[in-house]
Design a protein around this ligand. Structure first.
Ligand code: COA
Length: 203
């Protein structure tokens, strides 16, 4: 069962349905996801049972991971999450993936990234967000740039991919750089979010 926590454009974010464990097992075993999303987790031995346990762990740990569901047919197409939430400093890390190759390159990744950032700023009250990307992950680098993230750091030769060393890049997103491009996200009807307006005025 899916729930529309946040709806925008073609997608919505829903709490995870553990009955989707077979779909997640397929995604976690996907070569691109293993090599782009995690740190080379291709050798991880992912069964359906292990996927179910991982999803149950996400839920019981109160981790903020959301299934990305397509509005037109209510089909799950990916997972995006808000991690490492620091309530004192109001910071977090975001990440995610679009599971099946045929659903990539259609704009869904950019849409889902916008939604999870909006969720972090608007609903979680975060002040700033960071994310990490392997330097060889061109689609991800494009999506983070499109959404307004700025590169803030580099771990040199940190990732081994195809027997070569690659940098691991850190990006940070400030509310101003996000909402200046996506004003409709914080305007929400005729009402501006007080929290977002406050953040924008402080920068
Ligand atoms: C990274 C990812 C989330 C992007 O989502 P997506 O739906 O494929 O991306 P979009 O369709 O929104 O495209 C965003 C940009 O990337 C480009 N792009 C998409 N796939 C590409 C590819 N294979 N090669 C080069 N550019 C690509 C698009 O053309 C677009 O750029 P443009 O607007 O300049 O044309 C998705 O590809 C994915 O899940 N990959 C595997 C896991 C992963 O890398 N997760 C992120 C870890 S940080």
């Amino acid at each position: 069962m899916y729930y529309k926590k946040l709806v925008a454009e073609d997608l919505y974010l829903s709490p995870i349905d553990v009955n989707d464990a077979p779909i997640f097992a397929k995604w976690f075993n996907n070569c691109d996801i293993a090599q782009m999303y995690s740190k080379g987790g291709l050798s991880d031995y992912f069964t359906e049972q292990k996927a179910r346990e991982k999803l149950e762990q996400y839920i019981s740990n109160n981790e903020y991971r959301f299934e990305v569901i397509r509005l037109s047919d209510d089909k799950p197409i990916g997972l995006f999450s808000i991690n490492e939430v620091d309530m004192q400093n109001r910071t977090c890390r975001i990440g995610g993936f679009i599971g099946d190759e045929q659903n990539r390159g259609k704009g869904y990744g950019t849409q889902a990234l916008k939604m999870i950032c909006d969720m972090a700023f608007f609903a979680f009250g975060m002040r700033t967000i960071f994310t990490r990307v392997h330097s060889y992950n061109t689609p991800s680098l494009k999506t983070v740039n499109k959404v307004g993230f700025k590169k803030v750091g580099t771990l040199k030769d940190f990732i081994v991919f195809n027997n070569k060393f690659y940098d691991h890049l850190y990006f940070q997103l400030m509310p101003k750089d996000f909402y200046k491009n996506f004003t409709s996200y914080y305007k929400r009807g005729n009402n501006f979010s007080a929290h977002i307006t406050d953040l924008l005025n402080r920068e």
